[in-house]
Design a protein around this ligand. Structure first.
Ligand SMILES: C[S@@+](CC[C@H](N)C(=O)[O-])C[C@H]1O[C@@H](n2cnc3c(N)ncnc32)[C@H](O)[C@@H]1O
Length: 273
C-alpha cells in the first residue's frame, strides 16, 4: 500500500515533515515505513494515530525518528576497488592539476570513515611526491544529517577493527594510538570540515567541487529526489570535476546529458570541460 491509499500513514508523514523539517517525502516509501515501524515498536504503540499523538507529547521522539531513518553503515576503504581507482588515477590527476584549492565533498559521510580515507589518500600522494605541504590545498567538506554520526566524525577516533580493510601502509601512517583505539592524525583531520547538511533540502555547501563522493546515500531517496540531487551535484562540480556514486547506484534522468560515465564499474562520472 502506498502513502496515497493509506490516510493514517500520510497524515503521520505530513505531521512529521511539518514539525521536524525532515523532508520525509524524499525517501522511498518502503524505507520510511520500515523505520517508523521500528520506532513504533520501540515506543510500544500499534497504530499510526497513536504514534502521531505520542509525537505531539514527546518532541524528542522526532530526533529519535530522524536517527532511525538514517542508516549509517560505513567503513574505511569501503569497496576497495573504488578507492584503488581514486588512489591510482583521480587523486594524482587532481594533485597535478595545479589548482590552488582542491575542494572535495563527501556527501552523506556518516561517521567520517569516507572523508578521512580521502584525506589519507591525498596525504599519501603528496608525501610520496616529496611535497607534504601540498595537502594544505585540500579541503574536504564532510556532511550528513545524523547527529550521532557527525559527532563520531568530529571525534575521528575508531576501533581497530574499523581499519581492517585499509591498506596497511595507510593505517600505519595516518592514525595515532588513542588508548585501545586509533585516531586520525591531526594533519589529515585538519583537512576535513564536518558539518550538518540535509541533502534533501539544502543546496550544496559550495559550487566549485573538483570531486564529489555520494556513496550509498541516494538509494534511500525516491526517484524525483535522486534526479534533483544529481542535477545539484552537476551544478556544484567545476568543469572536469568528478562524481563518484556507490557501487549499486546509477545516475539517471536529464543529468545524464551533463555528466559522462567514465568508469561504469566504480560509478565514476565526469562533468565535461
Ligand atoms: C549508508 S551511509 C553511507 C556512508 C558513506 N558514504 C559510505 O558509503 O560508506 C548513508 C548516510 O547517508 C546519510 N543521510 C541520509 N539521509 C540524508 C540526508 N537527507 N542528507 C544528508 N545525509 C543523509 C545517513 O545519515 C548516513 O550516514
Amino acid at each position: 500500500m502506498t502513502a496515497i491509499d493509506d490516510p493514517g500513514f500520510s497524515a503521520l508523514t505530513r505531521q512529521i515533515s511539518r514539525r521536524s523539517g525532515l523532508a520525509l517525502e524524499a525517501y522511498k516509501d518502503k524505507c520510511i515505513r520500515r523505520r517508523i515501524a521500528v520506532r513504533m515498536r520501540a515506543c510500544g504503540v500499534h497504530t499510526y494515530s497513536d504514534y502521531q499523538a505520542l509525537l505531539d507529547q514527546t518532541p524528542l521522539e522526532y530526533e529519535r525518528l530522524r536517527d532511525a531513518l538514517t542508516i549509517n553503515v560505513t567503513r574505511f576503504y569501503r569497496n576497495a576497488e573504488t578507492w584503488n581507482l581514486l588512489r591510482r588515477e583521480l587523486i594524482p590527476a587532481l594533485a597535478a592539476s595545479g589548482d590552488r584549492n582542491l575542494h572535495i565533498w563527501s556527501a552523506g559521510c556518516s561517521s567520517g570513515e569516507e572523508p578521512y580515507t580521502l584525506g589519507m589518500l591525498f596525504a599519501e600522494h603528496f608525501d610520496r611526491a616529496g611535497c607534504p605541504g601540498g595537502l594544505d590545498r585540500v579541503t574536504i567538506d564532510a556532511t550528513d544529517i545524523d547527529r550521532g554520526s557527525l559527532e563520531r566524525a568530529r571525534g575521528a577516533t575508531y576501533r581497530l577493527d574499523a581499519l581492517a580493510e585499509m591498506p596497511g601502509e595507510l593505517a600505519e601512517a595516518y592514525f595515532e594510538p588513542a588508548g585501545q583505539e586509533r585516531r586520525v592524525t591531526e594533519r589529515v583531520r585538519r583537512r576535513v570540515l564536518v558539518r550538518s547538511h540535509d541533502l534533501n533540502v539544502e543546496p550544496p555547501p559550495r559550487r566549485e567541487y573538483r570531486l564529489i563522493l555520494c556513496r550509498n546515500v541516494v538509494i534511500y531517496f525516491d526517484r524525483p529526489m535522486q534526479e534533483r540531487l544529481f542535477s545539484a551535484f552537476a551544478d556544484a562540480l567545476v568543469p572536469g570535476g568528478h562524481l563518484v556514486l556507490g557501487k549499486v547506484e546509477t545516475l539517471f534522468g536529464p543529468v545524464r546529458e551533463r555528466l559522462l560515465l567514465v568508469d561504469p564499474r566504480e560509478r565514476v562520472y565526469r562533468r565535461p570541460e
